[in-house]
Design a protein around this ligand. Sequence first.
Ligand code: CNA
Ligand code: ZN
Length: 254
Amino acid sequence: MNNNIINLKEIIQKSNNIVFFGGAGVSTESQIPDFRSARGIYAQGEGNRSRSPEEIISHSFFRENPTEFYDFYRQKLVYPEAKPNSAHLVLSKLEAAGKIKAIITQNIDNLHQLAGSKNVLELHGSVYRNYCSGCRKLFALDYILNSKKIPLCDVCGQLIKPDVVLYEESLDQNIMERAIKYIAQAEVLIIGGTSLTVYPAAGLIRYFTGQKLIIINKSTTTFDKSADLVINQPVGEVFAEVYKLLSEEGDIIG
Ligand code: CNA
Ligand code: ZN
């Protein structure tokens, strides 16, 4: 067991006010590709595809080319078969044990909730909620996946939009304010699986003034120098190892 894992375990043992801030790297061990890794979506060029993923998942592109948007979206951004990995599962146990106060995620895959976490703040929405842009009727993910081309509302015929924050769109103010509050009041902030390059989400971590900042990421980030502990290992593996130590010492039940 390496020292980093032991340090992280001790930090978790000492605090009941931990906030977790995560991104796409939390779900790569559930076989959902992230955006910026070597095998991430941005690196998976599609031969003759002339547009960048950022362009396709933007608000104006969605409005102007919904067919192309939905082709890309269904293929690259929705993973209904994905299951939570050790990171999601251990975070959920830590919440149940009263250690984690909130999970703030940039992910749209619902895996924290599937793992049983209760207080999940979804900064970028969720693929599981979809609204008619005309009458606001709510649709489940299946409706989007089962529509042959673009999903249209069965009541008013208007285009349905995933409740996902696209480029050019702003984040939900209420969720942002709650996220800031949790981060500003946290004793420990654990950041995992995020390149910390997408704003305004990444800017939230500046509100942290607590005691220990931990970054668990496969690659380096520009915030590493501000961290008390940096662990460059897969986040699921890290949490599995921490959990093993905590349960051996009788600190988490279940
Ligand atoms: P990103 O920019 O793709 O960065 C991911 C980071 O995680 C990279 O720095 C990787 O090195 C690192 N990483 C990858 N796998 C692991 C791992 N197993 N353990 C530790 N580190 C790992 O993704 P961000 O979340 O920072 O960017 C924000 C975007 C990506 C958000 O808007 C998300 O909505 C969007 N996204 C979400 C999902 C999802 O919901 N699962 C998937 C792909 C993209
Ligand atoms: Zn409608």
